[in-house]
Design a protein. Structure first.
Length: 171
């Protein structure tokens, strides 16, 4: 389990857009992690309710626990290692992007799985908030895989946001 204060992510900018990257080693096999990422019955437990086709070229709609309704496209699908998605916000708030990309890369390492979750196309001024939210998603995935209660979103947000704001400020 990740340390309660541990920041899993890194923040950077590419061509004027923010990028959040999370890396975590999970104590479960790659097939189990892949299933948690692509099976609608598993996704609803830690990420949100999915409708649609989670396969290459498939369109989907998801009600994300942290951020509400999104639509998307599975850009490619290379089970059980690689899952790039385009996510669209049908009603972005001022300063938020209408579309972002999420790329999940899994690597089997003995009985563990290395997870890399990278989200691109984010507004630079909101990187700390996006980093916080994405880490909560990744931690919820970890909680789900280990059969634990999901961490409290509000409490976790309050713990992580200051650390991500310091990371964004370069402190």
């Amino acid at each position: 389990m990740a340390d309660q204060s541990q920041v899993l992510g890194s923040l950077r900018s590419v061509d004027g857009h923010g990028v959040v990257r999370m890396e975590l080693r999970l104590d479960v096999g790659i097939e189990e992690v892949w299933r948690a990422l692509t099976d609608p019955t598993a996704l609803i437990r830690w990420f949100g309710e999915l409708q649609g086709e989670p396969s290459a070229g498939g369109e989907f709609r998801v009600r994300v626990i942290l951020s509400g309704e999104r639509t998307g496209t599975v850009e490619a699908c290379s089970p059980p290692q690689h899952l790039p998605l385009s996510m669209r916000d049908p009603d972005p708030q001022p300063g938020q992007p209408a579309q972002t990309t999420i790329e999940v890369q899994l690597t089997a390492e003995s009985s563990q799985t290395k997870l890399v979750w990278e989200q691109r196309g984010l507004p630079e001024h909101l990187l700390a908030a996006y980093g916080t939210g994405i880490q909560i998603h990744v931690e919820h995935l970890e909680d789900h895989l280990h059969g634990r209660e999901l961490r409290d979103i509000d409490a976790r947000w309050d713990e992580l946001l200051p650390a991500y704001e310091a990371l964004r400020a370069g402190r």
